[in-house]
Unconditional design. Structure first.
Length: 294
């Protein structure tokens, strides 16, 4: 059997003195090991998702952890039978994730981040029907195919809109609030933002949905988890999996994304195979008509 591809999702908030040096070092390392994906580096840390052959990725982990500024990292691992990234992008940014609240400087003080809630503990909250509010810190298009039971979904397409959405949560300032995202990187900032804005009892899901799937069998996660690579979604719930999304044309229950092919449109929408063929892989009449004009 062919060697599987190993996919890493990771982040670490830590002080990076010279992001450009680390960018060059990471790019060289990935090129040498034929690893592809996306890595963002800033003075506040590193955030990446990369994939390659298993042996190469194991070497990547070893080499990356040799960097004294990074040290140990919580790697989230999954597998696929092919490369899931088309290319390698290693970039320096002002921040590894951006809320965009402030024009200059960091949006939140990362040390204000909430305490972690472990996956097993979250599952227990559900099991005993505890009184808590669970907030998705991702975008709406990610949540439309999968989310935690009873979670509040922000109607946003960009993490920068999270602060505006947070205003609608004011009534929960004194309640137990749990935030979650894919692997945890957005929650570090979302939870710090909530705490800085008067939310008293916030906790963030340690390791995100990814680790919850491994440690708590994904119970109470409805649908699948959106991922930012060719796979687009992966199963999480091993206890009682279900499909929550519908083909936007015929309403068939399905977890399947299509990237609208119209040149001026970049919408990712849920669609079944039959409807995709019928609509020529476009999301709406307008986009379909634009194809026929060329
Ligand atoms: Zn359909
Ligand atoms: Zn479209």
């Amino acid at each position: 059997m062919a060697q599987p591809f190993k996919i890493l999702l990771y982040y670490k908030y830590t002080q990076i003195k010279n992001p450009v040096d680390l960018m060059n070092e990471q790019r060289e390392l990935c090129q040498k090991l034929n690893i592809k994906g996306r890595i963002l580096i800033s003075t506040e840390g590193i955030n990446g998702t990369v994939a390659g052959l298993e042996n190469d990725v194991d070497l990547y982990i070893k080499e990356t952890e040799k960097n004294s500024e990074l040290g140990q990292i919580e790697w989230k691992i999954s597998y696929a039978d092919e490369q899931v990234f088309p290319k390698l992008k290693v970039k320096v940014r002002d921040e590894i994730v951006t809320l965009g609240v402030k024009k200059t400087g960091p949006d939140v003080a990362i040390e204000n981040k909430a305490e972690y809630i472990e996956p097993e503990e979250l599952r227990e909250l559900y099991d005993k029907n505890a009184d808590f509010v669970i907030v998705d810190a991702r975008n709406m298009y990610e949540a439309q195919i999968g989310k935690f039971k009873n979670s509040i979904i922000p109607p946003i397409d960009n993490f920068r809109d999270f602060p505006a959405f947070a205003k609608t949560l004011e009534k929960y300032k004194d309640k137990d609030v749990v935030t979650y995202c894919t692997g945890g990187v957005r929650c570090e900032k979302a939870s710090a933002y909530l705490r800085e804005n008067g939310f008293k009892k916030v906790r963030q899901l340690h390791g995100g949905i990814h680790v919850y799937g491994e440690k708590a069998e994904g119970k109470y996660f409805e649908g699948e988890m959106f991922v930012f690579d060719k796979r687009l979604h992966v199963p999480i719930n091993k206890v009682n999996p279900e499909t929550i999304s519908h083909c936007q044309f015929c309403q068939t229950k399905i977890t399947r994304f299509v990237d609208c092919v119209a040149r001026t449109c970049d919408s990712l929408f849920v669609c079944c195979e039959e409807c995709e063929a019928q609509h020529q892989s476009t999301c709406c009449d307008k986009c379909q008509q634009s194809l026929n004009l060329i």
